[in-house]
Every structure is written in structure tokens, then in C-alpha cells.
Design a protein around this ligand. Structure first.
Ligand code: DMJ
Length: 333
């Protein structure tokens, strides 16, 4: 894992250092926020992962870039949500102890549907974060109220597996039985919120998808587990939930699932200059893209490391990772 991170980092430094994201097949790069304005997104996302892995030379390389080059003096439109979770969160977690601020809900755009997938996903995490980090009772009360409504109106069992449909927010009627891979985070959140049984059941459901495809497609129809969106954007949600459930239950099954997730990712996504997204996971062999998302550095690498490494720099008993996997509590000096 550490070697894989070093391999990907060295290629990023050699081919795309300072640019937001590497294209690991061609060795090119692409900016995430504004064309022509690199913000070093990959560096900022990777900082606390490098620190946890004790890759201190690489960390120093990243920090030096941040000190000398990072500037927010760019006259352009930025996505507020992404800037908060990726850049602000990354910098806060690299600055230990982290002084975290109240969460924003910019991504929770009002719409007539209720769903746990995007764009509402992180909003639920933030409610729970606000309680866990700041003991904000209002946020806990919102979390409890909304979770009860989700369980009452969105949860349904199909072929013995738990899923969460999209519902009409007014009537509660299920309107769509598609499920975005991003919703897999909810297994961990349910467990963090105290409902370990439902969290486990929902992770079991996604594990059936992992068993079927090897690598999770971006979207499925949960009535038959067919892929409705065949790519894989090198996403972290399944490994995220596996880590959370393992931390809470210490059940080895979650480590095994994280291991399978890692091995399948390595088999399908490892390319000449790092790890890439996939354009189609349903073909054999899979079809590859040419892009490493910034969150991969902050999330999967860290989740695998924490599950497998007994990291000396992490407090396994008292910790909190943000929606982007940034360590807001639990960094040990
Ligand atoms: C990450 O940027 C974060 O996990 C965010 O909360 C939503 N999902 C993406 C990765 O899929």
C-alpha cells in the first residue's frame, strides 16, 4: 500500500506536480477548478494521507509546494462545496491539531426528491459531523429526524437486500430504484449514528455488487443489480464504509471486503503512471479512462492504510474523518 502510494506520488511529481490531477495513462494532467489555474489539488488532498503513512519526504515535498505556490488569488468561479471539502478540509487536516469550522450545506440543493445519494449525500454526513465534532444538539436532532424519515420512507428490501429508493419528498412514494455508488457511504454513516445493524445490512448489499462486478459501477438498478452507469470514477465510498464498520464492530469481514476492493482496484486501475478511472467495468477486460481524481489521494489510500497498517499516527479509539477523508480528530504525534 505504502509502495503503491509512493509509486503514484512519484509519477504525479514527475509528470503533473502542482497541477490538480494527473492523467496516469498518458502522463498528462487536468485542472479541477479553473482551466489554466492549477491549485495543487492532488497535493492538498494527499497531505494527511502521506503523513499517516509516514512518507515524510513526500509530505515535505507537498508542503514545500503549498508554502511557495498555493494562492487563492484567482479571479474565477470556484465550486464552494468542492473548495470547502477538498482544499479547506485538506489544509485543515494537514495543520494539526485541526481547528475545524461549522459545516456548510451548499451542496444540499432543494429539490422535490428525497435520496441519500448526491447531491444530498454529504449533507447527512455534515449533520452527524456537527454533532460528533462540536456536540451541536440541533444538528443531532436534524440528523435523527431525517434518518428516521429515510428509514421509514426510502428503505426497502429487495431479494433480501436493503436499499434506499428515491422518493417524492412530499408523499414519500418511491419514484426511482436506481442507486448511485456514492450512496455506499451511508452504510458507514448509519453505523456511526448508532444503527449498526442497518449499516451492516446496507454494506452487505453493496458487497453483493462488488461480488458481481469486481469493481463497483457508478450506478445500479437495485431490483436486479444491473449497471445503469458502467464507469467507475475510482470512488472511495465502499472502502470508507468498510473502514467505519470495521472500526465500530472489529468484524474481520469488513477488512476482507476492503482488501478485495483494494486488490480489484489494483488489478483494473493500475497503469503506467498511477491509477486511473474506468470507463466500463462490465467488459472483460475493463475499459480504462485516463484520470486520477483528487479524492483518491485523500480517501482510498488512507482508508486502506488505516484498515491494514495499524498506523502509529492514528488514534483508533477516538477519531473523526471528514466527508473527504480528512483527519479532523485522531492524529497522533
Ligand atoms: C468525494 O469528493 C467525497 O467523498 C464527497 O463527499 C462525495 N464523493 C466524492 C468521491 O466520490
Amino acid at each position: 500500500m505504502r509502495n503503491e502510494t509512493r509509486f503514484a506520488w512519484r509519477n504525479y511529481v514527475a509528470r503533473a506536480f502542482g497541477h490538480d490531477q494527473i492523467r496516469p495513462v498518458s502522463g498528462g494532467f487536468v485542472e479541477f477548478f479553473v482551466p489554466g489555474h492549477p491549485m495543487g489539488l492532488t497535493i492538498v488532498e494527499a497531505l494527511d494521507t502521506l503523513w499517516l503513512m509516514e512518507l515524510d519526504a513526500e509530505l515535505e515535498q507537498g508542503l514545500a509546494w503549498v508554502r511557495s505556490n498555493l494562492s487563492f488569488d484567482v479571479d474565477a468561479s470556484f465550486q464552494v462545496f468542492e473548495t470547502n471539502i477538498r482544499m479547506l478540509g485538506g489544509l485543515l487536516s494537514a495543520f494539526q491539531p485541526a481547528a475545524v469550522r461549522d459545516p456548510r450545506r451548499d451542496r444540499a440543493v432543494p429539490q422535490p426528491h428525497g435520496q441519500i445519494g448526491p447531491p444530498a449525500d454529504s449533507f447527512y454526513e455534515y449533520l452527524f459531523d456537527g454533532w460528533d465534532l462540536f456536540r451541536d444538539a440541533d444538528l443531532k436532532s436534524w440528523y435523527d429526524t431525517l434518518t428516521a424519515a429515510i428509514v421509514a420512507h426510502q428503505a426497502e428490501t429487495r431479494r433480501g437486500r436493503l436499499w434506499f429508493g428515491q422518493v417524492d419528498a412530499v408523499t414519500g412514494r418511491i419514484t426511482d430504484r436506481g442507486q448511485s455508488e456514492l450512496a455506499a457511504f451511508y452504510a458507514g454513516l448509519l453505523a456511526q449514528g448508532g444503527d449498526v445493524a442497518r449499516g451492516r445490512a446496507y454494506h452487505n448489499s453493496w458487497n453483493a455488487v462488488q461480488d458481481r462486478f469486481g469493481v463497483l459501477p457508478e450506478g445500479i438498478n437495485y431490483t436486479n443489480l444491473n449497471a445503469t452507469s458502467r464507469g467507475n470514477q475510482l470512488r472511495p465510498e465502499f472502502a470508507d464504509s468498510a473502514l467505519v464498520l470495521w472500526l465500530i464492530t472489529r468484524d474481520e469481514v469488513f477488512r476482507q471486503r476492503a482488501l478485495t476492493h483494494y486488490q480489484n482496484m489494483k488489478r483494473t486501475s493500475r497503469v503506467q503512471f498511477g491509477y486511473t478511472i474506468l470507463n466500463d467495468v462490465t467488459t472483460n477486460p475493463v475499459q480504462r479512462g485516463d484520470f486520477t481524481p483528487g479524492y483518491w489521494w485523500s480517501e482510498q489510500l488512507k482508508y486502506y492504510w488505516l484498515v491494514f497498517a495499524q498506523a502509529r499516527r492514528f488514534d483508533y479509539a477516538n477519531n473523526y474523518l471528514s466527508t473527504e477523508g480528512n483527519i479532523f480528530r485522531g492524529a497522533r504525534r
